[in-house]
Design a protein around this ligand. Structure first.
Ligand SMILES: *[C@@H]1O[C@H](CO)[C@@H](O)[C@H](O)[C@H]1NC(C)=O
Ligand SMILES: *[C@@H]1O[C@H](CO)[C@@H](O)[C@H](O)[C@H]1NC(C)=O
Ligand SMILES: *[C@@H]1O[C@H](CO)[C@@H](O)[C@H](O)[C@H]1NC(C)=O
Ligand SMILES: *[C@@H]1O[C@H](CO)[C@@H](O)[C@H](O)[C@H]1NC(C)=O
Length: 312
């Protein structure tokens, strides 16, 4: 998070700089994310406002709105395998941070990578999903925009949320309380814990459905994307009406890491090691309480979206 914040700060103070590769980008390599063509675009975008062959900075036609710890980075990286995708590298936080939103849509467009007319521009900011003011703002920009939402088991997401903050503190050599201190209050599950609230998917989804029809919000199953990415990515291609370009050979399983890495024009890359960290050991009784707590909210969510997920 600290690294991402730094990236955002750099963008804020240097708005004229194209954010092709801002600092604090949690990637494992510094190579191109998709094709050589895109790399050319990036190089060009670092020059002042050059528009070679009609490339320009577009407002996103699709946004990955969340959820935090749902697999948004993995989704963006995988989608970037497609040559018709131009992805913003850093989390822009345009719609949820007042100082960014106050800069206006032109500023937002300037945070986007250069793209060709046949390409779709995409950005991801996982905080959008749980921010109640964001849906109206996105609607005001483009009411027919297509949205991507990646979700995983809400209890797992809570632990992953905690784990990320825990590691951020560790890196700064700051102490951080055990997960139980957040999860329990007066012997009960502490439902005021923000990480628990963020996993109440139906609550946040309702806000989005006030502005967008369900058909314009594609939900990616984050648990499946990690286990077997290709079928989930195929569905995203179809939703975005992209030609089927990504194929199974773009993914290979890394046994050491325990999850899939990407193969892109013969280049291999895996997600940053901060992804897929082990969660803290939690007392099974407490874990059970979490599962029970989410039972009703999950049911409400399934009804809301007309689809079920394989969650506890
Ligand atoms: C709004 O979003 C739709 C769907 O992605 C896209 O086709 C259209 O070009 C967008 N409009 C603008 C003005 O960006
Ligand atoms: C979750 O948090 C929001 C504010 O962010 C609040 O309005 C809502 O009531 C909370 N939901 C529950 C069930 O506590
Ligand atoms: C998969 O895509 C790559 C390009 O990304 C291509 O070279 C390869 O032939 C494709 N494989 C199949 C089975 O379509
Ligand atoms: C697999 O993951 C390990 C551990 O992160 C890494 O050192 C190695 O380079 C990866 N191998 C491939 C082929 O991606």
């Amino acid at each position: 998070m600290a690294a991402l914040l730094l990236g955002a700060v750099l963008l804020a103070v240097q708005p004229q700089m194209a954010p092709a590769r801002p600092a604090g980008n949690p990637r494992t390599d510094d190579g191109p994310s998709a094709s050589v063509q895109k790399e050319l675009l990036r190089k060009t975008s670092l020059r002042d406002d050059a528009h070679p062959n009609g490339a320009s900075q577009q407002l996103p036609q699709t946004i990955i709105i969340g959820v935090r710890k749902g697999g948004t980075r993995a989704l963006l990286e995988m989608l970037s395998l497609h040559p018709a995708i131009a992805a913003a590298e850093s989390e822009v936080h345009f719609f949820d941070w007042e100082d960014h939103y106050g800069n206006g849509l032109q500023w937002y467009a300037r945070q986007m990578p250069f793209s060709y007319p046949h390409q779709l521009t995409v950005e991801k900011t996982p905080a959008y999903f749980t921010s109640s003011k964001v849906p109206a703002r996105v609607y005001n920009m483009n009411r027919s925009i297509r949205l991507l939402l990646i979700l995983r088991d809400p209890s797992e997401r809570v632990l992953s949320d905690y784990t990320q903050v825990f590691y951020n503190h560790m890196q700064k050599r700051k102490p951080y309380p055990a997960v139980e201190e957040f999860l329990i209050k007066d012997g009960q599950l502490n439902v005021d814990y923000k990480a628990i609230n963020r996993s109440l998917y139906y609550f946040h989804m309702q806000n989005w459905l006030r502005y967008f029809p369900l058909e314009h919000i594609h939900i990616v199953d984050g648990d499946r994307l990690i286990r077997d990415p290709f079928p989930e990515i195929e569905k995203v291609e179809r939703f975005l009406k992209l030609s089927p370009q990504i194929n199974a050979s773009n993914f290979y399983f890394n046994k050491t890491k325990g999850f899939y890495c990407l193969r892109d024009s013969g280049r291999d890359r895996c997600l940053h090691e901060s992804k897929g960290r082990a969660h803290p050991q939690v007392d099974p009784k407490l874990l059970n309480k979490l599962h029970e707590y989410f039972h009703e909210p999950n049911k409400k969510f399934f009804e809301l979206v007309g689809r079920t997920f394989d969650w506890h």
